[in-house]
Design a protein around this ligand. Structure first.
Ligand SMILES: [Zn+2]
Length: 349
């Protein structure tokens, strides 16, 4: 079968090549790939900046935002042939740490977790793949290709759960949320905000293209410019850019009692000349919390499935702005100006 593989830490080593059928030891459920979404992590791996091959191997099958169709449910799953399934990405560390021991592998404490398509386990960019039944998330069949959005939705599902957990440290009545960045994570974070009944504002640099319209179609308010120019102090900020200046503006611009949830992973930037103790003093006097959030555990995968199932299919469809065949994976990984979510499509949903 064909698969897209890469030698981690070796730039530009990715290729579409003939690889063996998936090893039966990788799971009792056999699926045919429908589509795999690409994100910044895939680009980083292909550029040689991140990623680990499985033990004893030099190459890793890429891809962690999966969508597959069950070919053989195997002897021990409740799945049926034809079911649409998305594979959970992370596996608990083998020790395990206390959090992995209770199923919170997203909160892994020792970093020894593994991840499909990223860290020591082959990913989903192959014509067929296998998965363990307990890591196979069946999705609403009416979602079709849109099921490929489940993995990024799990990320925002966890982020929102963190915000709510922090919020309930006190009497909490959030009204207005600001999402910084209108990429797939930001737009899905905005979707969750709307589903929670909040007034949602989204800030991005783009002045044209699909982003402003997608935000308006959600019933949210679109802004360009800086966090300080939105004209209000948000109760919640979901930060999805990873850009230093935006992060700084979010932390200083949040309202009293407000929560900033950081989901973007970037590098560089400076605090823009604000002395650390001044930033801290503002946070103290406003009872602010800044919380980082990454990955997702099985509860978030389940809840994300419900979020997608309740979302407008037409709106979700506009998030997938480009579909490329496997042989054009390099083009899929190269960002174009109006891209939101790009997927590599292996088969019709
Ligand atoms: Zn762990």
């Amino acid at each position: 079968m064909k698969g897209i593989t890469v030698e981690p830490r070796k730039p530009q080593s990715a290729r579409l090549e003939e690889i063996p059928e998936p090893d039966a030891r990788s799971g009792s459920v056999l699926l045919e790939a429908i589509a795999v979404g690409v994100c910044g992590t895939d680009t980083e791996i292909v550029e040689g900046k991140y990623g680990w091959a499985p033990p004893g191997k030099t190459r890793l099958v890429l891809g962690h935002e999966s969508l597959g169709r069950v070919v053989d449910p195997g002897p021990s799953s409740a799945l049926q042939s034809g079911d649409l399934v998305v594979g959970i990405v992370r596996r608990p560390d083998p020790l395990p740490c206390p959090n992995c021991a209770v199923g919170e592998w997203d909160m892994c404490r020792n970093g020894q977790y593994t991840e499909r398509g990223i860290k020591e386990i082959d990913g989903f960019m192959s014509e067929r793949w296998r998965i363990e039944p307990e890591y196979a998330m069946k999705i609403d069949r009416s979602l079709g290709l849109l099921g490929v959005l489940l993995e990024p939705t799990t990320v925002v599902t966890k982020a929102w759960e963190q915000v709510v957990a922090v919020g309930h440290r006190a009497y909490w009545e959030p009204r207005r949320v600001l999402v910084t960045g209108a990429g797939p994570i930001g737009l899905l974070a905005a979707l969750v905000g709307k589903q929670r009944g909040l007034e949602v504002h989204v800030l991005d640099l783009a002045e044209s293209g699909p982003k402003p319209e997608l935000v308006r179609a959600l019933g949210a308010i679109y802004h360009t410019g800086s966090v300080s120019s939105v004209g209000f102090e948000p109760d919640v900020i979901i930060e999805c850019t990873g850009v230093g200046q935006v992060i700084k503006d979010a932390i200083t611009g949040i309202g009293s009692g407000g929560i900033v949830c950081l989901t973007g992973v970037g590098t560089g930037g400076s605090a823009g000349g604000s002395p650390t103790a001044d930033v801290a003093a503002a946070a103290v006097l406003k009872n602010n919390v800044v919380v980082g959030s990454v990955n997702a555990n099985k509860r978030h995968w389940y809840k994300a499935g419900q979020i997608l199932a309740h979302a407008d299919r037409g709106w979700l469809a506009h998030l997938i702005t480009r579909r490329e065949p496997p042989e054009a994976f390099a083009r899929a990984l190269k960002r174009q100006p109006d891209d939101i979510k790009v997927v590599i499509q292996f088969a019709v949903a």
